[in-house]
Every structure is written in C-alpha cells, then in structure tokens.
Design a protein around this ligand. Sequence first.
Ligand SMILES: Cc1cc2nc3c(=O)[nH]c(=O)nc-3n(C[C@H](O)[C@H](O)[C@H](O)COP(=O)(O)OP(=O)(O)OC[C@H]3O[C@@H](n4cnc5c(N)ncnc54)[C@H](O)[C@@H]3O)c2cc1C
Length: 400
Amino acid sequence: MMIHGKPRTVAVIGAGILGAAIAWQLSQRGIHVVIIEKGQPGEGASSHSFAWINAGAKEPIGYHNLNRRSLEMWTRFAAAIGDGGDPDNVGLRWGGKVSWESAPSAAEALVARVRQLQSWGYPTRLVDANELQVLEPALDVGTVAAAEYSPNEGQVEPQMVVDACLRRLRERDCEIEAGTEFYGFRQRDNGRIFGVETTSGGGDVDAVVLATGTDSTRLADLAGVNVPQARSPGVVIRTNPLPPLLHIVPVVYAPALGDGRREIHLRQCADGSMMIGEGDQESLAEDDSQGHADDLLERARRYLPGLKGAEAIPVPVGWRPMPLDGYPVVGFASEAPNLYVALTHSGVTLAPVLSQLAAQEICDGVLAEAVLGPYRPGRFAGLTSEDVASATHPRDAKLR
Ligand SMILES: Cc1cc2nc3c(=O)[nH]c(=O)nc-3n(C[C@H](O)[C@H](O)[C@H](O)COP(=O)(O)OP(=O)(O)OC[C@H]3O[C@@H](n4cnc5c(N)ncnc54)[C@H](O)[C@@H]3O)c2cc1C
C-alpha cells in the first residue's frame, strides 16, 4: 500500500529520534515537513535511552542484519546532521562494548552467543581476563569466567541527534510545532488522510508519518490501524558529570552481583555523567527511587572504582516503544494508505536505516520489501485481543 505520487507536504507526528531523523531525510528529498510534537523534542523514550548502538543483542539473523546495517550507517548519518559535518557533534563515540560473566553457567551462554554472532560474520570475539583489563584499564573486572569484546559498537546522545536534525530542518524552512498535540486525522471515506487536527488548529497534508513512540497504539487506532504494544518500562540512572572514566571502550556490561540480581550496564555521556542500568535491553524495571539509584551506583562502583564519590541521580521510568512482537513496525497502513507508521524498540540503533528507507518509500514510492517486508503494520491486522492479552513478553506474541 502506498501513496500516489511524491507528496509535497508531510506531517511528522512526534519529534523523538525516529521522527526527527525521518523528517530530516524527507527534507533532504525536497519535501516540506511539518513536525508536530506535543512536548519538547526528544523528551520521550529518546531521553531515557541507554543509547547503545549495537547489533549483537539482536536476533533472528534478519533483525540482526537490519541493526547491523544501521550501525554501519551511523557515522555517515551523524556527519550529515552534525554541525560542520562532525559526527562528534551528536556525541557519537565508537570503541566497542565489553561484557563478561563470573558464573560458569552464565559464561556458557556468553560463549554460545559469541559463537553464533561469529557464524553471522559479526566482529565480536572472546577475550581473556588479561585482555579485558587491557581493553579498559579503569575496570576492576574481578572473577572472569568468560568475556567478550565487540569492537564495532558504540554510543550516541539522542537529544543531540534530535537537536541537530531540527537545526537542519529549520535551515530548510520546515515547520516545527513544539508544544502542539496531534489528536485526529482528517480522512476520506477510502481511508486517505488529507489533514491533521492539532491543538494549534492543524492543516492539510499529503501524507502523515506517525512516530509517536508509546502513544502510537492509541493514535494509529484513530485511523483504524492496529499497532499493539507491550508494556516495557525501563530505568537508567545518571550521575553528576565526572572526568573521563572509560577511556577506550565506551559501553560496559558487567556480571550480576549475587543470586537474583541482574547484570549492570554503564556508559559515560558526552557531558561526563555516567548512565547505569541493569538487565538487558528489554528488562522491565520500574523502581526509580533514590534508594534504587544508590544501589545501582554502588554495584557499578564495584566494577568501576573511579565512580567513588559520584552522586546517584534517579531518573523517572522510561517507557520503551515496544511493538507487541518486539520488532519494528514500519510502513504504510492499508486502512489509511498515506499513513506511514514508524514504531520501534532500539530506535537509537535503527534511526539511520529506518529513516532512510522510510523517506525512500514515502518520496519515491519504491518499497524496500527485501529489508522491511517482515516489519509491516499489516502483520497485526488479524491479531485478536486474546493474542494480545496472552503475550507476556513481546516475542511471545503469536505473530510469526
Ligand atoms: C530505558 C531505555 C533504554 C533504552 N536503551 C536503548 C539502547 O541502548 N539502544 C537503542 O538503540 N535503543 C534503546 N532504547 C530504545 C530507544 O530509546 C527508542 O526505541 C527510541 O528512543 C524511540 O524513539 P522514537 O522517536 O520512536 O520515540 P520517542 O522518543 O518516544 O518520541 C516520540 C515523540 O512523540 C511525541 N508524541 C506522542 N504523542 C504525540 C501527540 N499526540 N502529538 C504530538 N506528539 C506526540 C512524544 O512527546 C515524543 O517526543 C531504550 C529505551 C529506554 C526507555
């Protein structure tokens, strides 16, 4: 399903990292873009994100490859939007990720994962305790039963990315309506959208991109499109700004400390603050208390002694946009043929590839079926409310 002819004006609803990136890509193709953002650009999931750019934690292979393709696009994307063509201006930092396990059972799983990724050609490798220590001398790694280094992974600052995209859009006279809420489509009987209703009055458009993160389920439903999501709260705390602590490898996954606890992950932001979370990229967490923040910092300090004296700053729960099966929802909706849905977890990693392909599909009418075919909104059309209710985890949904 697609629109007829190249649109002149496209409304992009939502200015998180995905909406901002798609808007920028559309403007690059000569489209007049109107961004509608109910709050401040970047303040949704993007501001809570750990913002680790990776393909190592992604499966099956098709989804791994999508993430990998995006990871490989990040430097070019960042240079294109960054002031002066400098990727540093959006906080892009490469250097890889290390992770290790101290318990033998967890070590087995880590080794199996590395072998699987290697069989897919991913440049991850096992390292011993000595090399781990050399890779990031600031760490106190303790007992190492197995360790891994993925040199191609990195991190970025989502807020800087959003701000950079919006600066480029302003240079092209695109309209950015922050503090304006979208609440309805102007739709013809055949489902085509000809305008949007917003708190500032709305207007006529040729196509709409819905990039509203967790709000997308409710908003897509206004056009009769089913985009179910799972509830996915996550907590990543911060510290006060600190001098550089991680000098070589920016992203660290350290083992759980004791039974029943989860592994922790940390990275240092461009402003010097440290981000600390626990579990994996889909772990559910809702404790955003000071006590929990103090506990996370204490556990991180065990592995990174340089955190001594740092202050734990709790951050309110972040809600991950999480399509019910855990995979992106990208493409035109058959119920509203000029409505383009863009909803995904791992949107920081995936922003370059999804934004480029979305702009291509919207502007040129060339559908990237080979890449995006598995991720179309239509896969949810036959989903019953029982299927949705019985899904305890995104990937349990009976969709594929
Ligand atoms: C704790 C946590 C850790 C994460 N870690 C990683 C990671 O390490 N790596 C990774 O790749 N991804 C990670 N993610 C996921 C990633 O952050 C998200 O996939 C990404 O930020 C989604 O961007 P988005 O633009 O789609 O959504 P959002 O950033 O949520 O933006 C949606 C925007 O739409 C606006 N909006 C909503 N409704 C309306 C309306 N009616 N009218 C106007 N505007 C509206 C909102 O205000 C918001 O600004 C993490 C997420 C969380 C929460």
